[in-house]
Design a protein around this ligand. Structure first.
Ligand code: FE2
Length: 252
């Protein structure tokens, strides 16, 4: 633990067994579950303060489309993983907090492992302009915990949409086919909410912002055992490098 370690008795509150089972069932049925209640108010406040601080000094703008997800759009500012990890703040301590990881493992029904790609442990994103969106995509690794630091009003956009029980073929993502063939579940979160997402088998996006507005999240990524020895194609890691070969400009 670093100097700014979160208050141990505040993260996270272990829920009772029946509640945890309901959360696990929701997670497996829908590919996501809201876990705000697991995490104390003070801890969520620390994450918000650190996220705002890092955005103030390290935000980098991204505007591109990505071939491996059928040219869906990424338009937002980001703070890369290494900046967050090296900042010495509470985020890296939280990521390895045994109580937090254990609660998420109880929901997932399997072990979580630190993401083997160091550029993907963390990501802060800030959508800020009309049209900003994190377009339809899957994750390379199985699990993400999303801290909604700031959410716009429901009518403005930024909503999470999910199509669970799908899979990512990077050479033929077939996203519109999945949208036609399956129900799309849409979620609105308030500032301060936290949700747990099964990222590799849940096709997901955020609804584009209707007007200039602010939507800030912190993403923490974990691997499942199945992910540890997989070869991850490295040409679409747009958050780390906007010049990756799978990226094209949004005008194309
Ligand atoms: Fe995602």
């Amino acid at each position: 633990m670093g100097n700014s370690a979160p208050q141990l008795d505040d993260v996270p509150v272990r829920p009772d067994g029946r509640r945890l089972r309901r959360m696990a069932e929701h997670f497996h049925r829908y590919g996501m579950v809201t876990v705000t209640d697991l995490i104390g108010e003070a801890t969520r406040g620390q994450v918000r303060a650190e996220t705002d601080r890092l955005l103030g000094s390290h935000a980098e703008r991204r505007d591109l489309r990505l071939a491996t997800t059928g040219f869906t759009r990424r338009s937002m500012s980001v703070v890369p993983s290494e900046v967050i990890r090296d900042s010495g703040g509470p985020i890296a301590d939280l990521y390895s907090h045994p109580d937090l990881v254990r609660a998420l493992e109880d929901i997932a029904g399997e072990r979580l492992y630190p993401c083997p790609k160091s550029d993907e442990n963390f990501l802060i994103t800030r959508q800020e302009r009309r049209g900003d969106t994190h377009g339809w995509h899957w994750g390379d690794f199985s699990f993400a915990l999303i801290w909604v630091v700031q959410a716009p009003p429901i009518d403005v956009g930024g909503l999470l949409q999910c199509v669970p029980h799908t899979s990512w073929d990077k050479s033929s993502p077939q996203i519109h086919r999945y949208l036609v063939d399956n129900p799309i579940h849409t979620y609105h979160f308030a500032s301060g909410d936290v949700y747990f997402l099964r990222t590799d088998t849940t096709l997901h996006r955020t609804v584009p912002l209707r007007e200039d507005a602010t939507r800030i999240i912190l993403n923490m990524t974990w691997a499942g055992a199945r992910d540890l020895n997989r070869d991850i194609a490295a040409d679409d890691r747009w958050w780390d490098d906007p010049g990756v070969s799978a990226a094209s400009s949004i005008e194309e």
